[in-house]
Ligand binder design. Structure first.
Ligand code: CA
Length: 224
């Protein structure tokens, strides 16, 4: 899951990044509204953490831009502002949640999981499908209580396909999701195919049936 942290307080941004990376998220940082705007325009993020008090930009304008660009990212507003006005304006504009500073990192993670569940219509942190259990909090996959030993990248790719089940996920979407801010010409799609091949091999040891399709020339789809 890739997260854009839009925050001009460098120390706070760094603290959020270190915490979230330790929890297995891919993070990108933008210290100004201008940089954030460029990044939101050129990348597909899963979640944007948006500080409203930026030096060069009205944070709520960034939110409007991201919605206009049809970004699918969930937006969590981070703000020291206590004004209820900004909170309501942000939520009205389409933000998914709001955290007042100071907040604990544990709470931030739980809000990120909550917006992810809402976006994908999940009831809890465990997704059950074809006898598999995917725990998006602990980042583990089980089949009949046996853990399938996926590497970090394999888990990232597999859980992304599961969250977007029955839809074709392109190689570029997968790259953005697991590597974050990348340039289209720089990514090697063969790398993803190698990971998917390994995921298939591991699944086959535990799971009857093959639900993971390769859609030629486009990407992959996990079928319910
Ligand atoms: Ca600020």
């Amino acid at each position: 899951m890739n997260i854009l942290i839009v925050e001009d307080e460098l120390a706070l941004s760094g603290e959020i990044r270190r915490f979230l990376e330790k929890e297995g998220f891919v993070c990108d940082e933008a210290y100004t509204g201008r940089i954030a705007s460029d990044k939101i325009f050129s990348n597909e993020y899963d979640v944007i953490l948006l500080d409203l008090g930026l030096p060069d930009y009205e944070g709520l304008d960034l939110l409007k831009e991201s919605i206009k660009n049809k970004s699918t990212a969930s937006v969590i507003i981070l703000s020291a502002r206590t004004a209820i006005d900004d909170k309501i304006k942000g939520l009205d504009l389409g933000a998914d949640d709001y955290l007042s500073k100071p907040f604990s990192m544990i709470e931030l993670k739980s809000r990120i999981l909550a917006v992810t569940r809402r976006k994908h219509g999940l009831k809890g942190n465990v997704i059950r499908i074809h006898g598999l259990e995917i725990d998006i909090d602990k980042r583990k996959v089980f089949c009949n209580n046996n853990e399938i030993p996926l590497t970090k990248k394999e888990y990232d790719i597999f859980s992304f396909l599961i969250l977007n089940k029955n839809k074709v996920t392109t190689r570029l979407q997968i790259s953005e999701h697991i590597w974050g801010d990348i340039f289209e010409e720089n990514y090697n799609s063969n790398y993803i195919d190698v990971h998917v091949k390994n995921i298939r091999k591991k699944l086959a040891e535990y799971l009857e049936g093959d639900f993971l399709d390769t859609v030629r020339g486009i990407g992959f789809r996990f079928n319910e």
